[in-house]
Design a protein around this ligand. Structure first.
Ligand code: SF4
Length: 239
């Protein structure tokens, strides 16, 4: 169980989660104005296909594979027109290529049978697609402008805990905690902001607290700071 920084925030007099979330989003948005999804795609179908193999690999790896993939496979039918082994070879570099090729083909089949070959934007439809877990569905829905949840990856989990926004370990519970405090219009960009901050500043092993714009709002900051004066913008029910 990770140390709970929720209580630490109270001990340091930093304000409640609801009080701090506004300034946290605002400062991260200023600091990482370029924060966006790192995967490269041009269409809804390319978005879906690039997010699917991104599990257990890096976005950089996926971006190396997808330009050639998207040249060759332009419609759902194209993924079904070749033997599975051929698609496996085409996505080999992303790892777990057999599982991923099977999932992509299953998804293409369902897109054709149930969605007229289009990528649905509703979370409840996306999670029905073979191999599309909630995290993948959340990423796709958010990029399509229909954020139904908040994507929780390793960076989002680590930063949410360090910032004292959640006491939980389980991604589903962390997402629920974040949904309670992050304003809905920010659901899509919030994970990107945390991911980019995690990569650039709040490293897992060596967080650069002395350079961090959140240091006075963060209960796990390693530098001594005067607590920020935060405005209460919404009713506070606990922390
Ligand atoms: S103050 Fe340190 S621990 Fe807190 S978010 Fe910034 S880098 Fe991470």
């Amino acid at each position: 169980m990770a140390r709970s920084y929720v209580r630490e925030a109270r001990r340091r007099g930093l304000g409640t989660r609801r009080e701090r979330i506004g300034p946290v989003v605002e400062r991260l948005a200023q600091e990482h104005a370029d924060a966006e999804i790192a995967l490269r795609f041009r269409t809804d179908l390319e978005l879906l296909v690039s997010v699917m193999p991104s599990a257990q690999t890096t976005d950089v790896n996926v971006n190396r594979v997808t330009p050639a993939l998207f040249e060759k496979y332009r419609r759902p039918e194209d993924y079904l027109a070749v033997p599975q082994e051929e698609l496996e070879r085409d996505i080999y570099a992303t790892g777990f290529f057999r599982q991923k090729a099977k999932a992509i083909r299953g998804t293409m089949q369902m897109l054709l049978e149930e969605f007229d070959g289009e990528v649905p934007s509703r979370l409840e439809d996306l999670v029905r697609l073979p191999g599309v877990a909630r995290k993948t569905a959340n990423v796709v829905a958010a990029e399509l402008g229909h954020a139904h949840g908040i994507v929780v990856d390793t960076h989002v989990r680590r930063l949410s805990q360090r910032l004292g926004l959640t006491r939980n370990e389980d991604p589903v519970k962390i997402e629920r905690d974040l949904q309670r405090i992050v304003p809905r219009p920010d659901w899509a960009r919030f994970p990107h902001l945390l991911i980019w901050h995690g990569r650039r500043v709040c490293d897992a092993r060596r967080p650069l607290c002395e350079e961090c714009v959140l240091a006075d709002l963060c209960p796990s900051s390693r530098v001594p700071v005067v607590p920020a004066r935060v405005e209460v913008t919404s009713p506070v029910d606990g922390d």
